[in-house]
Design a protein around this ligand. Structure first.
Ligand SMILES: [Zn+2]
Length: 258
């Protein structure tokens, strides 16, 4: 069976295929992740070049045959290229991390409209130069785990469910990464591996995950920046709970140069 589908998509990856063509991995709104050949993309007179860069937001017409592994693009049009992201290294690293993460964790042709919208809107917000790129990455990672059904909690004990206050004068809390929740003092006598998280990080993460929409994200939500601690926590959390997740190469490259 074959069908022709017009859909919005974000370019996850593009590789040279032949003298004139490229194979592009799209994350589409209608069909999820899909690989397709764009013929003529590498010809000098081709107008589709910028539509094929990773992170580009495009409208694409796909000719899909079930028997084929790689599909065919019959039309492609750039909707937005997020050119402000390219203005600084950290913004590029975060933008590329978002597409790398999605590429690593989703399966071919599994539609997930909320995830598509989270990716598209996050790239769009990354264009906002007043917003900290790190906050955006953390927000994306938290919402991603929520969408996949593994949302971490930060305000109650994972064992006895008692509400935990972070303003009781303590500077850290015990956290169970496997449970995805803090563990109160009474319950902390356990065989589980527990991590120490600073109260500031717990508060910041709790605030971040409570923001309903990436468009509402702003730097005011987090007064204290605990960059490395939060980033390390989220990486460990996603590695344990999200199959296929690995530290994005673009993030590692940024750390190597900074
Ligand atoms: Zn407890």
């Amino acid at each position: 069976m074959s069908l022709i589908i017009k859909t919005e998509a974000i370019v996850l990856r593009a590789i040279k295929y032949s003298e004139t063509s490229k194979i592009v991995t799209f994350y589409t709104k209608e069909l999820g992740k899909i690989g397709a050949i764009v013929k003529g993309a590498r010809k000098r007179e081709s107008k589709v070049g910028s539509a094929l860069e990773p992170m580009s937001y495009v409208q694409v017409v796909l000719y899909v045959k079930e028997s084929r592994e790689v599909q065919l693009v019959s039309q492609i049009e750039l909707i937005q290229s997020f050119h402000h992201i390219a203005s600084d290294l950290e913004r590029i690293s975060v933008g590329l991390s978002l597409v790398e993460i999605v590429n690593a964790i989703v399966h071919e042709q599994e539609q997930n409209v909320p995830l598509f919208l989270l990716l598209k809107d996050s790239l769009s917000e990354l264009e906002n130069l007043s917003l900290s790129p790190s906050f955006l990455l953390w927000y994306f990672e938290l919402k991603l785990s929520e969408l996949l059904g593994f949302a971490p909690v930060f305000d109650s004990c994972g064992k006895c469910k008692k509400a935990l206050t972070t303003d009781a004068g303590t500077s850290w809390q015990l956290y169970s990464i496997s449970r995805g929740s803090p563990v109160c003092n009474t319950c902390s006598v356990t065989q589980e591996t527990l991590t120490h998280l600073s109260t500031n990080a717990v508060q910041a993460l709790g605030k971040l995950i409570s923001i309903p929409d990436v468009k509402k994200l702003n730097n005011n939500y987090l007064e204290v920046q605990k960059n490395e601690e939060i980033e390390t926590f989220l990486t460990k959390y996603l590695q344990l709970h999200v199959p296929g997740f690995r530290i994005p190469r673009s993030r590692e490259m940024l750390k190597a140069v900074s």
